[in-house]
Ligand binder design. Structure first.
Ligand code: ADP
Ligand code: ZN
Length: 538
């Protein structure tokens, strides 16, 4: 009877009220808690903010009170461990962590208390779990009948298809193999079918019951606008809809992070940069300010965000497109955890498609892996190109059927759709003819100039005024043609050769479009901020 919670009731509902001060379980929590308290294995898929922590914390407390001893929580992030342990202490629960921030004396103290069964929840990094020392301690606990439960947080880290693969997670199978009979609960906020299957296989959770919650975040409004001048678009978006509010803006490169932060600061917005190239102390300071002060806009690479629990983030912006829908969902999911209205806003353009395809092509990964990555990118591209409900598309990706939401850009302002088939055929045949004519390929700008009949220096230099499609597309605006090119590239009907100045080349998929077998439907660009309806009057 060292820890205070050893004395209380072991009934989950009592723990919910007495320890956490909550009235009721949410969604699937009650069912999950019951299942795990009873010693069952579980795989929990629940969106960010859904309340995953209680799903293992309450069973850990209940089982401790029933005499089962210590629960081990595997968590990938030190910051997250600290937050959780701090919150548990405040609630009077005996919790501790083992990680690199502890000195030797502190480590020994935690280990001693753990072996005595005094700790209810012990948080440990996955790499620690695999050390001989830690495993020996678990052996001892097991022998004493005091090894109660394993909780594996952020379980998608075990999958290379997930967005945050951590090889150390692979060896967590040891928990199952060495401590058969100790219940396990794995939790994640992101998992498409592929990742989910991978988690089950890699963690040997075939027998575990799966609890899949809805992934809908109804308070998040999804908006994807065509990229023109991304920084200016972002600035207008913030000034118009989120003046003085906290937000995160994701950028692909460190330089872009820095530039964006400066641009926002120049416009009087309280913006800070965050990326892995900054000093650890600076990063920590910026993160602390973001959490503590009001209305900070964090400009960041994806290095920022995991495990950061700030409930009132009012918007998440993407200046560059993420790699896939899981990444997009995870990052946008950091908005509006408090349930109040929030925005997920992204700019998207041809260059994003080109960059993402190139990153896959140039990655050292094997061909099978690249194919999967391309498939995932395609799914995100079709979300970006969609002219129907974004939420329906997003949820569909996670295997969930839904109806148009009324709270995304396409639902609020249905985009005009135009038939770009003719433009697409003319573009492709121009590319074909130009490549034939000159024996080399050219980039998007030049091809559009030819089709629109612009006699630029370059057009004259190569004699491309003589190409039979010269001027045949004069009726199309550059924006329209760019949209068509983007969609052709997005759907694989056109390839960009990143090793030769991003020049355009036909693919096997071009033929169907050229022959008129495929129609190309495009959303009319309606992205200028003035045309959007403001969310609320200020
Ligand atoms: P997740 O890990 O799934 O992102 P958390 O476990 O951090 O979510 O929970 C999100 C928020 O919801 C936290 O502030 C938590 O205290 C709160 N919460 C969770 N379950 C309940 C509940 N049953 N009643 C009230 N608040 C809850
Ligand atoms: Zn919608």
């Amino acid at each position: 009877p060292h820890a205070a919670e050893n004395q209380g009731s072991a009934a989950p509902a009592d723990i919910l009220h007495e320890v956490f001060g909550y009235e009721q379980f949410r969604g699937a929590q009650a069912a999950i808690v019951d299942h795990v308290v009873g010693g069952g294995d579980a795989l929990v898929l629940m969106p960010t903010g859904g309340g995953k922590s209680l799903c293992y914390q309450i069973p850990a407390i209940a089982r401790q009170r029933a005499g089962h001893g210590v629960s081990i929580v595997v968590s990938p992030l030190i910051a997250l461990m600290h937050d959780q342990v701090g919150a548990l202490h405040e609630a009077g629960v005996s919790a501790a962590f083992l990680n690199s921030t502890l000195d030797w004396a502190q480590t020994q103290d935690v280990e001693r208390r753990m072996l005595n069964g005094e700790i209810t929840l012990l948080y440990a990094a996955p790499e620690r779990v695999n050390t001989p020392r830690f495993l020996q301690q678990l052996d001892t606990l097991k022998q004493r009948g005091k090894l109660s439960l394993f909780a594996i947080d952020e379980a998608h880290c075990v999958s290379q298809w997930g967005h945050d693969f951590r090889p150390e997670y692979r060896s967590l199978t040891v928990l199952h193999e060495r401590y058969a009979g100790v219940p396990r609960i794995a939790l994640t906020a992101t998992a498409d079918d592929l990742t989910r299957a991978d988690i089950v296989e890699r963690l040997q959770l075939e027998e575990a019951r799966q609890f899949v919650s809805s992934f809908d975040r109804p308070n998040i409004r999804y908006t994807i606008v065509e990229k023109k001048d991304a920084t200016t678009q972002l600035l207008r978006f913030i000034q118009r809809e989120h003046e003085g509010e906290a937000g995160v803006v994701y950028c692909q490169s460190r330089k872009r992070v820095e530039d964006t932060a400066v641009a926002l600061q120049d416009a009087g917005i309280n913006a800070l940069p965050y990326h892995a190239g900054l000093d650890a102390a600076v990063r920590q300071k910026h993160q602390d300010r973001f959490l503590r002060e009001e209305g900070i806009v964090m400009c960041a690479t994806i290095a920022f965000g995991m495990g950061i629990d700030k409930p009132d983030v009012r918007f998440v912006g993407h200046l560059d497109m993420p790699k896939n829908i899981e990444g997009y969902y995870q990052e946008t999911g950091r908005a509006g955890r408090d349930g109040a209205p929030a925005d997920a806003w992204m700019t998207y353009g041809l260059q994003d498609v080109v960059n993402q395809r190139r990153m896959i092509d140039e990655s050292p990964a094997g061909e099978e892996f690249k194919q999967v990555m391309r498939g995932k990118l395609d799914a995100l591209l079709s979300l970006a190109e969609a002219s129907d409900c974004r939420r329906v598309r997003l949820l569909d990706y996670f295997g969930e059927a839904s109806t148009p939401c009324g709270n995304c850009d396409n639902c609020i302002t249905p985009p005009q759709v135009w038939d770009g088939t003719d433009a697409a055929r003319k573009l492709l045949s121009t590319i074909y003819r130009v490549n034939q004519h000159s024996g080399i390929s050219f980039g998007a700008g030049h091809i559009m100039d030819i089709l629109r009949g612009k006699p630029t220096e370059k057009v004259k230099q190569f004699g491309h005024e003589s190409i039979s499609t010269f001027g045949l597309g004069a009726e199309f605006s550059e924006v329209q043609l760019r949209g068509v090119l983007r969609q052709l590239i997005a759907t694989g009907a056109l390839a960009v050769n990143s090793e030769a100045f991003n020049t355009l080349q036909l693919t096997d998929g071009s033929r169907a479009v050229l022959k008129g077998e495929t129609t190309v439907r495009l959303r009319e660009s309606v992205s200028s901020p003035a045309e959007r309806k403001p969310r609320r009057e200020k």
